[in-house]
Write a new protein. Structure first.
Length: 196
């Protein structure tokens, strides 16, 4: 009995299609290291009103700090620190680093409040993300980042002024509590290393 040529081609075409499809399939994502802060699921709403999990930052080193927009004293110095880190880098290095400021006051730090600070301080949205977690997540993220805070009766906060450097997988590789327009040289050196 003679076989039709198209019947012979079907299994070959099916195999070929599987090979081509597998070549275009998304690569498998490596599991997170056990000491990655991204082990904590954390939805954040940024200054543009977009909500996404902070694990979206995986793959790009990040300078991270906690702040709140109505702070008049310490938090502006935290922003100054982020700007000082940027200024210490060559343009090619700046393009590889993200700066993430996470609010400890999500009730007041709406996207509009976050955007007002971003505009007032001229923070480049290509590199800077100001974001609020859900109120129930503030204590968890503060714990993971080693930030201590306490809300006062007048609505202000006492809090740690820490700047943290995360590697591409969300591991804390450097930390400084020196904030302002001059950042600790060891912290800047760690940023250079992580961007190589």
């Amino acid at each position: 009995m003679k076989r039709h040529p198209t019947r012979l081609l079907r299994p070959t075409l099916a195999c070929l299609l599987l090979v081509v499809a597998s070549a275009f399939a998304a690569p498998a994502v490596a599991p997170l290291p056990r000491d990655s802060v991204y082990q904590l699921p954390l939805p954040l709403t940024d200054q543009h009103g977009r909500t996404m999990d902070w694990r979206q930052h995986r793959g790009q080193p990040q300078v991270v700090a906690m702040f709140y927009t109505s702070c008049k004293y310490v938090c502006p110095l935290i922003v100054d620190s982020g700007k000082a880190v940027e200024h210490a880098l060559a343009p090619a290095e700046q393009a590889k680093l993200g700066i993430l400021l996470i609010s400890m006051d999500p009730k007041r730090d709406t996207p509009a409040a976050l955007m007002a600070v971003a505009k007032q301080r001229r923070l480049d949205p290509a590199h800077w993300s100001l974001a609020s977690p859900r109120a129930d997540d503030v204590r968890s993220v503060a714990g993971v980042l080693g930030v201590r805070y306490r809300q006062l009766a007048d609505g202000e906060f006492n809090h740690t002024t820490a700047l943290l450097l995360l590697d591409r997988d969300g591991r804390i590789v450097a930390r400084t509590e020196k904030v302002g327009s001059v950042v600790a040289p060891e912290f800047i050196a760690a940023v250079h290393r992580v961007l190589k």
